[in-house]
Design a protein around this ligand. Structure first.
Ligand code: FMN
Length: 181
């Protein structure tokens, strides 16, 4: 079957993360993000794609810092609230009932209860006509002790990190399961 090119999000499942930032006035922001990828194993950079009209993008430009929080499937309601368009002066942690998880190296707090927290510094912005690609350097990575063993292995079937498949009828949330023959 030939598919429309914009259905690529169905054949390439994506993670769902919550990006937390603070504005230059110190207001906390959180927004769901799907277009995120690690840049080449085992380097420590990631890239996120952003539409130009995003408080998240403004905050990253202004402060040079952000946290990539990996929510569990149980956090879907908070993800939906953070997807709404709030004015920049709204504290989105308060709106979504999110509690902060202290960050070690950057100012924006992480989000409590997540599977993992990736603290990032802005390395480069690649600005295009309609969107921007942000390259971030991971300066601190922490996994939630509830889901990780001593070797740093994640029990992902228990953690259920949010992921998504975007099909013709919209977003379907999913999570990784163990494969194998
Ligand atoms: C599951 C999901 C994934 C999303 N992924 C992206 C993305 O990759 N890039 C983007 O610019 N917006 C994305 N959005 C939209 C933003 O989360 C949404 O516009 C949000 O209100 C932006 O908040 P902000 O203005 O506080 O940054 C996504 C929304 C959802 C629900």
């Amino acid at each position: 079957m030939i598919l429309k090119p914009n259905l690529r999000g169905q054949v390439l499942p994506m993670p769902v993360v919550l990006i937390s930032t603070v504005s230059k006035e110190g207001i906390r922001n959180a927004a769901p993000w799907g277009c995120i990828m690690p840049i080449l194993r085992p380097l420590d950079e990631i890239a996120i794609a952003s539409w130009l009209k995003r408080d998240t993008l403004e905050n990253i430009r202004d402060t040079g810092e952000f946290v990539v929080n990996v929510p569990t499937m149980d956090m879907k309601e908070a993800v939906d609230i953070c997807a709404k368009s709030f004015p920049p002066e709204t504290d989105e942690f308060e709106e979504a009932g999110l509690l902060p998880h202290p960050s070690a190296k950057v100012k924006p707090p992480g989000i409590a209860g997540c599977v993992a927290w990736m603290e990032c510094e802005l390395a480069e912005e690649i600005l295009r006509e309609k969107y921007s690609l942000i390259v971030g350097r991971v300066v601190h990575l922490e996994g939630n002790d509830d889901f990780f063993d001593e070797k740093g292995g994640m029990d992902f079937e228990r953690a259920r990190p949010m992921s998504m498949i975007v099909g013709p009828d919209g977003v379907c949330y999913t999570h990784p399961a163990r494969g194998g023959l």
